[in-house]
Design a protein around this ligand. Sequence first.
Ligand code: HEC
Ligand code: HEC
Length: 199
Amino acid sequence: MKARILAGLACAVLVFSGYAEAKEEQKTSSSVQTQKVEQKNKSKLADGKEAKDLNILRSASDVMDEEEVKLVDINWTKPAAGEAQRYERSFENAPPMIPHDLEGLIPITADNNMCVTCHMPEVAKDVGATAIPKSHLYSIRNKKDLDGKLSDDRFNCTVCHVPQANVEAKFKNNFKPEYRDANLSQHSNLLDVLNEGVR
Ligand code: HEC
Ligand code: HEC
């Protein structure tokens, strides 16, 4: 009986010391992790400032703490439709950004789409808007010309076309588009070139 108790005690001591070692290991690995996170948080932005506002993306505990989150004051594109300057395209056949105010034009609902009242080809010219291109009047999936009718896939314009805001870009963008034709910095021709390079 005594021998059994002693053996039991010895086992307990062994198990406990193993546990303590494991704990110690965990501690060191977690402090290495903390160091890594700190290093990451110190990354500098293009303007040389520290990336403090990016910490929230990098550390799960900060995401739960909303106390220091400040909403940015965003000013969306102001000029009304008809008074705006078109933006240059971001790259060849990129969806153009919306240069005019959207007040009263969104949300787009199943019964009400204000965008088409100015942008359908039959009216666009009269109001000075860019006409919806051929690619939107065509079912790409069924390879079918829709005879001037807007494809249902294109109904929700703001999925692809977005207005702009005056927010400061945190990272510099060095991308420069190259257009095969100077005209393509202001216009699109996707449907004409969609199958380029496809046999
Ligand atoms: C009252 C008429 C009108 C309405 C409604 C309207 N637009 Fe416009 N849109 C224009 C005009 C005019 C332009 C040309 C720039 C300007 O003069 O404002 C334009 C420009 C654009 C452009 C840029 C085209 C280019 O060539 O760069 C996009 C994209 C656009 N509108 C999308 C939309 C979307 C999406 C909606 C609906 C949420 C919408 N527009 C509603 C009149 C309108
Ligand atoms: C699925 C994404 C998508 C949706 C939805 C969409 N567009 Fe586009 N749009 C594009 C892309 C991509 C281009 C440029 C390539 C091309 O010609 O199709 C474009 C081009 C345009 C152009 C420029 C035409 C030119 O000649 O330069 C206008 C204007 C436009 N769209 C208006 C609209 C309007 C209005 C709606 C809603 C009724 C709409 N788009 C819905 C993706 C979309």
